[in-house]
Design a protein around this ligand. Structure first.
Ligand SMILES: [Zn+2]
Length: 399
């Protein structure tokens, strides 16, 4: 992760940021609230630039048009292109300056929101986030992921503040494919499996709070996700949306830079370097990455708890439709060379995979990546190992 300051040409330089960025200044949530958010938006700016994908921009056109009329806003729109990349950020900065925008409104999924947040920071204007799916907590966090033009993960950027306003409109979220909420559940689950490994031993108050909230978040998701997915728009569905979009964001905010991601996201980052992985969502790859991380703990540390957690998650993934294996991610036909390339990216110096409490090499990671659905065998007790040896000793020779 790069903490940043901005130079006059829009490029970024690393520096330490001592401040906390825990939560958006204002969160408004409810069914259909986007249409009624004109006043909150107009307090932040009069010339907003809306950043989104083509599909999303068409979707919210009626609400945006009525807000513009009622609150006398001069609105311009720009698409973020295929990804939150340095090139598309350059184009968006041009759009900000030619519109003389005094506010950025990001509407869309994680990539649109990441682009909007980073753009607003670079242009020193406030930002509103309007998530159109529950696939990530990007609407909440002070973090943007930057990708290559080809969609490969490059680096993430820590922003000094969370968004000025988050508008969580359940009606918009409900229009998104169910699969996006499933992916959001996968991404949110990772908070516990990663935070407990990277930060479970730390004794700072806010980190302890973040790790404990991550456990609560996991439990909520394990308990409520199946019911939520069966009843989109229901109260339990909203609770799971809140968990994936808001509570996951709270944990990122409380934990900050010290509550880091570990192998689950590192595996995701490696997979994005395979073109064949681009058909799956961030949270789907991360969910698979959790299984890989548990498998690593199992293989390298003989960690029995990790093995049972993996079995518990495999059952849960089966119930809600998260990928359990490379095959489920559509990566059944990748070559060994491609698997190695993905693993090498995940293991390169500075990768979050090195927050694991043991050293890890790409070949070990490859072994874990192809064995996420392997059954576990009961660990043998000393007594039964002794009995095995006794059996061997009395085996008659077959020769
Ligand atoms: Zn994530």
């Amino acid at each position: 992760m790069a903490d940043l300051t901005l130079s006059s040409d829009g490029s970024m330089a690393s520096t330490a940021l001592p401040q906390l960025a825990i939560a958006p200044a204002q969160v408004v949530r409810g069914a259909g609230i986007l249409a009624t958010a004109g006043e909150a938006i107009s307090r932040l700016g009069k010339r907003p630039l809306i950043v989104g994908g083509d599909r999303t921009l068409a979707l919210v056109q009626p609400q945006i048009a009525s807000i513009a009329t009622n609150f006398e806003l001069a609105i311009s729109q720009a698409t973020y292109g295929a990804d939150c990349s340095e090139a598309s950020l350059g184009d968006l900065r041009q759009a900000v300056s030619s519109h003389q925008a005094d506010l950025v409104i990001g509407i869309g999924g994680g990539k649109a929101l990441d682009a909007a947040k980073l753009l607003a920071y670079q242009c020193r204007v406030p930002v509103v986030t309007v998530p159109t799916s529950a696939a990530t907590c990007a609407a909440w966090t002070a973090l943007s992921n930057v990708y290559s033009e080809q969609g490969a993960f490059l680096y993430d950027v820590a922003l000094p503040t969370c968004p000025n306003l988050l508008l969580l409109d359940y009606d918009l979220i409900q229009l998104a494919p169910q699969r996006t909420l499933v992916a959001g559940i996968g991404d949110a689950l990772a908070k516990w499996y990663e935070a407990s490994v990277s930060s479970g031993h730390l004794d700072q108050t806010l980190i302890i709070a973040a790790v404990q909230q991550a456990r609560v978040l996991r439990d909520l998701l394990l308990q409520k996700s199946v019911a939520a997915l069966q009843a989109p728009g229901s109260q339990v569905w909203r609770e799971v949306v809140d968990a994936s979009v808001l509570l996951a964001g709270v944990i990122g905010g409380l934990g900050g830079a010290q509550c880091r991601t570990v192998a689950a996201h590192a595996v995701h980052n490696g997979l994005t370097h395979l073109l064949q992985s681009h058909g799956t969502l961030h949270g789907e790859k991360v969910a698979y990455g959790i299984l890989v991380q548990l498998r690593l703990e199992e293989m390298v540390q003989n960690n029995w708890l990790a093995a049972t957690s993996r079995q518990q998650l495999l059952k849960f993934y089966g119930e809600i439709g998260l990928p359990q294996s490379l095959a489920d991610l559509g990566l059944m036909d990748i070559t060994l060379a491609e698997l190695a390339r993905s693993a090498e990216v995940s293991c390169r110096p500075g990768s979050d995979i090195h927050h694991l409490p043991f050293e890890i090499h790409a070949d070990q990671l490859m072994a874990a990546m192809v064995s996420t659905i392997a059954p576990i065998s009961e660990p043998k007790s000393a007594a039964s190992r002794e009995a095995d040896r006794a059996d061997l000793a009395i085996q008659p020779s077959s020769e």
